[in-house]
Design a protein around this ligand. Structure first.
Ligand SMILES: C[S@@+](CC[C@H](N)C(=O)[O-])C[C@H]1O[C@@H](n2cnc3c(N)ncnc32)[C@H](O)[C@@H]1O
Length: 187
């Protein structure tokens, strides 16, 4: 049963990891997405700028017995291309701030756009980028607008871009999925 954006994103992502593959969790937070990815992927690189989030992620990953499948990185996702040197099957962004944490430490337009561009370069042909967007707070609204402009500009020859949103809830979170069909030559 789909109960929200995250369960829906996981449903999509699961299909892309059915034969394993490398995954990136661009915002590891409390580690729930990381554990989900590590259950299905061959290996996961999990990024967060907050030491507290990285510790929380390590904790749940260890508890799930997935330690050897996860590399936790306490750095911005804007650095992902410097750290992950192999082709990636799935990249997941669950934007916003750490639930119950400091709301000022939220994802921001500038670094999010840098990271999304890197993610598209790093993705294998046939891979999936999944972005859960939260327009219900001020920075999230700015971020949502910038993401939609960027996503709409991607060449349809190389990328299929889809938005999944709720029609019966205002300012609800939503998902954007990008399927990489072929490699643009520009990088
Ligand atoms: C909504 S939470 C992620 C939830 C998480 N995926 C989970 O399953 O618990 C968003 C996270 O993004 C992190 N974040 C904010 N800016 C970031 C950046 N530039 N690079 C990486 N993580 C960032 C925040 O610290 C926060 O933990």
């Amino acid at each position: 049963m789909i109960t929200g954006v995250i369960t829906s994103a996981h449903e999509k992502v699961r299909a892309y990891l059915k034969d394993g593959g490398i995954a990136v969790d661009a915002t590891s937070g409390q580690g729930r997405d990381t554990v989900f990815l590590a259950t299905h992927a061959s290996h996961v690189y999990a990024f967060d700028i907050q030491e507290e989030a990285v510790d929380a992620t390590r904790c749940v990953v260890d508890a799930a017995g997935l330690t050897s499948k996860v590399t936790c990185v306490c750095q911005s996702h804007a650095a992902m291309r410097d750290i992950v040197k192999e082709p990636v099957r799935v990249v997941v962004f669950n934007l916003g701030y750490l639930p119950g944490g400091d709301k000022t430490l939220t994802t921001r337009v500038e670094s999010t756009l840098i990271a999304l561009k890197q993610a598209l370069i790093m993705l294998e042909v046939g891979g999936l980028l999944s972005v859960s967007v939260y327009p219900g707070h001020k920075e999230g609204k700015k971020e949502a607008h910038a993401i939609e402009l960027f996503m709409a500009s991607l060449p349809a020859k190389h990328y299929v871009v889809m938005k999944e949103s709720m029609l019966n809830r205002h300012h609800a979170p939503y998902n954007v999925f990008v399927y990489k069909q072929s490699n643009p030559i520009t990088h």
